[in-house]
Design a protein around this ligand. Sequence first.
Ligand SMILES: [Zn+2]
Length: 341
Amino acid sequence: MVSRLIAKGHAYNIDNGVEGEQGHVLFDVQSMADYGALSGRSLDDMLAGARVEVASYKKYAGDFVLWKPSADNEPGWDSPWGRGRPGWHLECSAMIEKHLGETIDIHGGGQDLIFPHHENEIAQSCCAHDGKPFANVWMHNGFINIEGEKMSKSLGNFRMVNDLLEQYPGEVLRYVILSAHYRSEQNFGKDLLDSAWRSLDTLYGFLRSQADTEAADVDISETDAYKALLDDLNTPMAISELHKLARELNGADAADKPAAKGRLLAIAGLMGLLQQDAEQWFTLSRGDDDISAEQVEALIAKRNQAKADKDYAGADAVREELKSLGVVLEDSREGTKWRRE
Ligand SMILES: [Zn+2]
């Protein structure tokens, strides 16, 4: 790729014999008319806001490294410009070309990578491919704030998904993340997790009350929720539509319920939500001091035995004991169901 960029007049190598300079190949940003189009800023503005290495051998301060020499103790490969290694922007362009092709559908990344990294990827790939588009869509995500503070290594306020999953169902994490648009800053913290859990309880509550309704296969392409997702992945809008669909299911005539349930589940499925059995959802543990599901089942068995023995006072005592532990029992034809409050 470096050789092609040199041949097409978009890059130059430093061949001045000066140690530390010799063996560099630089991209000539002034050779590309629309360099900087992604961030929509002029070259001068971009350079003012970024740490740009000023070096006398550069034709222009914004020129960036495609290939750099490696010292003997550094990783390196032989090349027409001496032993060296690729610059970090070039690695992405080369890997994308090799594995995905000249034009890709979607390129993602954090907002902090727009400049210089993604501008430079575009420059390398477009110029190496005679102006062919590099990515049809760019999706840049905002940062996550923890309890109002930026998540950072130095603050030590990292939250790892695996740790959170010990306290929260995955759908709760998903719900919090999807509640903000991916391009905007995201807040993350206990209050948001707890309120996401309550919102999911509301949705699962509707499903639970409609357990007897068979969901129909429906076309969702005309729903507002689906259109919201097609509009730059507007998940906050889609989630509010999800609640609307749940209320519609609740209020629908018997004949319309299967389609209403089908729409709700299909839209939720696109976001990885409402994937669990509604009955099961309400048995998930809510905290460290919760009684375990096995203990609940054991007490229900004890209560059933008491009922079989016509010891109704004993059966009621078990129900009260569970209630004091935040577990509600509901007797039905299929047996005793339970949920946490
Ligand atoms: Zn990259």
